[in-house]
Design a protein. Structure first.
Length: 272
């Protein structure tokens, strides 16, 4: 990209993309996100010989529900994450897994905005030992097909695993060598325990998801309007068993969003 001039996005063009991503994913892009939209879409403009962002938007409008539209959604979705983000949630999950082991009941967990999969594999690592010999299931979903492809591969920069406990890294992470130096690969056994599915949380959920004991809905609601937050949480709670737990990001809250849960701790809620 050296030598290429990045075109500026006009207020009108930006407003069109704000409407586009809200309609497609329920995500509210504040005016402060202009630089994000510019940076993430510029490469596609260049590859498709679009002179400006308006031309690219017109192309998306003509293509309807094409792969290009999905790619644009992928590019405009924020996907930064790492293994064992917000450690307190995994301590809580560990306690729930140990209780399930003592009482001999299965555990189902949904990572509802899994991005590139680090959260889902962190959940699986936490469950594997205490629930050995018992049924357990992790569903991981995201709106981004590109992120789900990365998640299924289980291949990451080592820097993403900085917060991973050493015994988990030793058991579940294969260190790359040679050309793969500086990366890690999640062991096949663990990868096979996680089911990945493309789900748009702003739309009706697929039939047949079943009930979950815990749902991780973390660091995604900050991009939603209040109305969208309420709808997303209501849909998630329909899939959560009575007494089950909903975990949100540490900077998020369900105050004024749902009366169907009670707070157990900051960012940890129980379905009434």
């Amino acid at each position: 990209m050296i030598g290429l001039v990045v075109p500026q996005i006009s207020d009108e063009e930006f407003a069109r993309f704000q409407g586009f991503i809200y309609d497609r994913a329920g995500i509210t892009l504040s005016d402060s996100k202009k630089a994000l939209v510019t940076g993430r879409l510029f490469k596609r403009l260049n590859q498709l010989n679009c002179r400006n962002y308006g031309e690219y938007f017109d192309l998306l409008s003509r293509k309807g529900d094409s792969a290009e539209v999905q790619l644009a959604v992928d590019l405009l979705t924020t996907n930064e994450t790492f293994f064992f983000r917000e450690k307190g949630h995994f301590d809580f999950l560990q306690a729930q897994a140990e209780m399930a082991r003592r009482k001999r009941y299965p555990l189902r967990v949904w990572s509802a905005a899994c991005a590139s999969g680090e959260e889902a594999y962190s959940i699986a690592m936490t469950l594997a030992d205490p629930l050995a010999g018992l049924p357990w299931h992790v569903l991981a979903s995201d709106i981004s097909a590109r992120m789900l492809a990365c998640a299924r591969s289980g291949h990451y920069p080592e820097s993403r695993a900085t917060h991973t406990p050493a015994h988990y890294r030793k058991r579940w992470c294969l260190r790359g060598t040679g050309a793969q130096s500086g990366t890690l690969l999640i062991e096949r056994e663990l990868r096979q325990r996680v089911q990945f599915m493309q789900i748009n949380l702003d739309k009706p959920l697929p039939a047949g998801l079943g009930e979950f004991d815990l749902i991780f809905l973390r660091n995604v609601m900050i991009y939603f309007s209040l109305e969208t937050k309420r709808a997303v949480v209501a849909r998630a709670l329909m899939q959560l068993r009575r007494g089950g737990h909903l975990l949100v990001g540490h900077s998020e809250t369900l105050n004024d969003i749902s009366t169907d849960v009670r707070a157990l701790a900051p960012s940890i809620y129980q379905k009434r």
